[in-house]
Design a binder for this molecule. Sequence first.
Ligand code: ADP
Ligand code: MG
Length: 720
Amino acid sequence: MAHLRFKAIEQISERPVVRAAAPSNKVSDYFGSDVFGMDQLEKSLPSDVYKKVKKAIKNGKKIDIETANVIASAVKNWAVDKGITHYTHWFQPLTGATAEKHDSFFDAMSGLEKFKGSALVQQEPDASSFPNGGIRSTFEARGYTAWDPSSPMFIYGRTLCIPTIFVAYTGEALDYKAPLLKAVDIVSQAATRVAQYFDRNVTDVSASLGCEQEYFVVDTALYNARPDLAMTGRAVFGHHPAKGQQLDDHYFGSIPPRVYDYMKDFEIEALKLGIPVSTRHNEVAPSQFEVAPLFEEINVATDHNQLLMEVMNRVAERHNLKVLFHEKPFAGLNGSGKHNNWSLITNTGINLFQPSSSARENLQFLTFLVTTIKAVHEYEELMRASIASAGNDHRLGANEAPPAIVSVFLGSQLSAVLDELANNGNIPVEKGDNMYMKLGIDKIPEIILDNTDRNRTSPFAFTGNKFEFRAVGSNDNVASPMTVLNTIVAEQLTKLADTVDKRIEGGEEKRLAIVNVLREYIKESQAIRFEGDGYSDEWVTEAKKRGLSNVKDAPRALDAYLTKKGKAVFVNQGIMTDVEIEARQEIKWENYVMKIQIESRVIGDLALNHIIPTAVGYQNKLITNANGLKGLGLDNASVVEAIKEVSKYIDTLNVQVRAMIEERKRINTMEDGREKAIAYCDDVKTKFFDEIRYAVDKLELLVDDEDWPLPKYRELLFLR
Ligand code: ADP
Ligand code: MG
């Protein structure tokens, strides 16, 4: 095994340079070339059909089968011209990856390439191989995928991919996308209703998302010499290197050439797929990086993020690299997140979270800002639950990551504007813009521009013209947090509009009615606003006083979906049914159990089969040495001490690993999904992982470097 480690290190120095070749020097020449977008659609359809389709897509309406036939034929011709022979319905099951089942265009009967509208619109993958959280036993097992025309079709690998949602025959959603599409739709309706108080020309609002994707990169040979990385995505052992991220010299430092070539390569592939990647830079930890595409409509941004991760995995292969999307691949170093930048934009081109130089538009800005804060306050537990995963548990609250407490950061000046608005009593209604001045809300743009303090410690921060949900894990499907955020904001916007309408009916002037509701909201949601250091211990104490939740583990965090209140916000707005919500949590608990179970097995196997034999071998060397010294009549006390220390850690490993296995056996007989997940969390992970790791990491420091089987942090992270 040690042999494998050194061979891997040797291999790295001999890695060939892999240069990416862009199809053209101009990105515009190939951006979206593998996408069957609206322009392709327009080219291939009669203009009346195209107009009909465009409208249907925009309004989320069904596309009739005759039109689907025309589109299917057009997309088939486009794909076949590009040498594509197969198509697949591409969907995002609750396993976390994406799934596809390939079918050929070739029709043996006719000897022609064929693609019917019916095959475009609906397919039947084998639902029984995907998790369904008990829906299987209660309902019909089979499911189908249904075309989502709002996300464009694309060519990936050698296949035409058709974005779809995945539903059971009984109608329950079995994927991430179906509830997301509904949430995006209702937030659009609610935001349109509220925006119309300010501008009658607004007929549509769309929710936008830009994901900043963090990731680590390691060499494939080293990765293969670390079974833990290969099996769990994270290093379950490993002592901190002498040079960690203390020096902060990696952040915005120069990107290592090999990684740079890799980035360029996957960016080219992403651009062909219409993913608007724009920024790239180093992150805080060594070998950690970030890619951030420009924001798009949430639905498309979600598909693009999933696709980008796949592209990054695939392209890494030709560079002999492995991408780690795990939230915490290396304990002691920065974890990886996926900042979700979110905003609402009207069909008239106004970002509703963009402060304006017009006082009237500023009241609109404040309306959306305050309503969002109120929604997050109301449902902070759901927000926490939406990002719950075994991987994120390792990250939240450690090494420069937001804690498991959800709070909102505004910046001191914007915060002061809200407080003033809430507290400055009865402002008389006046004609013109005088009222805004008196309310102190006529000068927000300057304030924001001045406000350079961007609190990196906040899980949900306002960053100038958007909110940024930073607690999202790097490996997460963003549909989960985005479904929650858009659902809760939709509900709050609707409540606001209902209250404002009532006040107006009661004779109150519209602007004042809005201001008065905002005043209430600001006061009611005070507790969620926090400007200080989110990483500090004081905040944990303070948050508790404020009544904010701080649920550190995923299995318990998920409970928030199942409370009466948690369920109601989804059920009442038609996002998910009771059954769907319950099934989802079952799947998440199952997933959690599997993850921790695998980690636990890997920890046990590595400790028993790799670490202990290595340590025993080293111990024997020491014993020989101690006896030799004794034979020569020399003092061997320090060697004997070392033998004792090594023995102590070997004992710890033997005892702890065996006890952990017993715990697993006990827990595996449990039936209840939630109880089982909690038992894995408390009685396997918390009880054993750190202690076993401590012993292994100590041994790593003691044992002869020549004998150590696993590539060390310094090799994984710093070899280029
Ligand atoms: P940071 O300083 O946090 O790295 P960036 O300016 O790099 O922020 O932007 C991060 C992401 O936010 C990008 O994906 C960008 O497209 C996205 N973004 C910018 N404006 C908006 C907006 N109005 N709505 C949603 N996302 C946005
Ligand atoms: Mg950011």
